[in-house]
Design a protein around this ligand. Structure first.
Ligand SMILES: CC(C)(COP(=O)(O)OP(=O)(O)OC[C@H]1O[C@@H](n2cnc3c(N)ncnc32)[C@H](O)[C@@H]1OP(=O)(O)O)[C@@H](O)C(=O)NCCC(=O)NCCS
Length: 373
């Protein structure tokens, strides 16, 4: 059994930004148009969105998106991302490669030294050929690649696999990449969810720690853990069977098939499960929350993270202990906790413990206990 480290971390944040005010203005213009139509049919009118509500309820002030064009147009409200020919690099692979190159640079490795890519995201652009295999070809890594997903726990779940594959000796170096282009699948006409998400890509290099190797400033992965429990409270039904239920199978009906969530149920249920997961996982290693220098939690809701930590610690915990990147990025699904890690570890000292804990659809929770070398 080998000791395992995260030798490289990379995050790619797309430049375009959308503020709450811009998003709400576009949403409310669409509601005006839609309500004018509804008045003629007798359907119940829709309610408007509100920027102050968004900040208060979620903590999100803005989000970065891979493509602004189209999202704010009330007649479209979907990013306009042109299709690429089959022989061109796909957008998801391109986004994954951007963070992968940063992670490889951080690790001081050439792509040819990586023998597995796991591309793990809450939404993949297509099922096959795997995005990871496209990345393998474009980067020049060797061995194999495959895609997987576990909602917002996607990066944590892939880390769980990568760590155990390296620990067992099955692979030498695994590149875990989580390119989240979640705006492509978001229903910008749904008042409950239109403000929640943003796009980001993260990558980590996982490899063994050779005997006598010190690797200061890198994290040893002491343990990883996954937990899942069925819930329909965050769900998407878009898939190959969508068309089989339709009268015209060659027209995709998106109504009800994009992301939907019962936010307040998710909030309550995942807060309880998340706090329990953290306390039990740490206890298995003889640790209390107080012993952990930093928590990189899933970035879905600022109040939710504060509550999880308050339950775990018994008192309020500040952002130095549990940094938030949600305010500027929104919820970047599987990428969020790793962006928080990428931006908030340089001040840690050897021996410091850190905990990655991501949670979301499934329900799912994924954790990794780290110690700085
Ligand atoms: C989504 C979320 C921000 C909503 O916040 P909330 O406080 O739970 O809000 P609720 O859904 O209970 O709605 C509260 C009120 O705000 C209203 N509201 C909802 N969306 C609104 C919007 N965009 N603008 C204005 N008001 C809104 C509701 O209609 C409701 O009004 P009412 O009290 O008059 O009925 C929050 O539930 C959340 O973040 N949940 C966790 C999500 C998560 O972790 N997901 C997992 C990872 S993807």
């Amino acid at each position: 059994m080998h000791r395992v480290i995260i030798s490289g971390i990379g995050a790619e944040i797309p430049e375009p930004v959308i503020t709450n005010e811009e998003l709400v203005e576009s949403f409310n213009s669409w509601v005006d148009m839609e309500n004018a139509r509804r008045q003629t049919t007798g359907e119940a009118p829709l309610q408007k969105s509100d920027a102050d509500f968004i900040v208060h309820a979620s903590g999100v002030r803005s989000r970065h998106v891979i493509e602004r064009e189209g999202i704010l147009d009330p007649a479209r409200m979907t990013p306009r991302i042109p299709a690429r020919p089959d022989d061109a690099l796909s957008l998801e692979a391109e986004f994954g490669i951007a963070s992968a190159r940063k992670a490889l640079d951080h690790a001081g490795l050439e792509p040819s030294q990586v023998d597995l890519i796991i591309c793990s995201a809450s939404h993949h652009q297509r099922p096959y050929p795997a995005i990871a295999i496209e990345m393998q070809q474009a980067l020049g890594t060797v061995g194999a690649g495959f895609d997987m997903g576990l909602g917002c726990s996607s990066a944590a779940a892939a880390l769980h696999m990568a760590v155990n594959l390296v620990r067992s000796g099955a692979h030498k170096r695994v590149l875990v990449t989580t390119p989240e282009i979640i705006t492509g699948h978001l229903n910008f006409r749904d008042r409950q969810t239109h403000f929640i998400f943003g796009d980001a890509s993260v990558s980590m290099v996982v490899e063994g720690l050779a005997q006598g190797d010190k690797r200061p400033g890198r994290f040893e992965v002491l343990d990883t853990r996954l937990w899942t429990q069925m819930s329909n409270n965050i769900r998407t039904n878009l898939g190959y069977h969508t068309r089989t239920a339709q009268d015209d199978p060659y027209m995709i009906d998106l109504e009800g098939n994009l992301i939907k969530q019962v936010g307040n149920k998710v909030f309550k249920e995942v807060t309880v499960a998340g706090h329990k997961f953290i306390v039990e996982f740490l206890a298995e290693h003889g640790l209390t929350p107080e012993a952990v220098r930093r928590f990189w939690l899933h970035q879905a809701n600022a109040r939710m993270n504060a509550m999880i930590l308050k339950l775990a610690f018994g008192h309020d915990v500040g952002h130095d202990r549990a940094p938030m990147v949600l305010e500027k990025l929104g919820n970047t699904a599987g990428a969020g906790a790793i962006v928080a890690l990428s931006e908030n570890h340089a001040d840690m000292t050897p021996g410091d413990f850190g905990l990655i804990c991501a949670f979301g659809a499934g329900y799912s929770i994924g954790g990794a206990l780290l110690r700085m070398l």
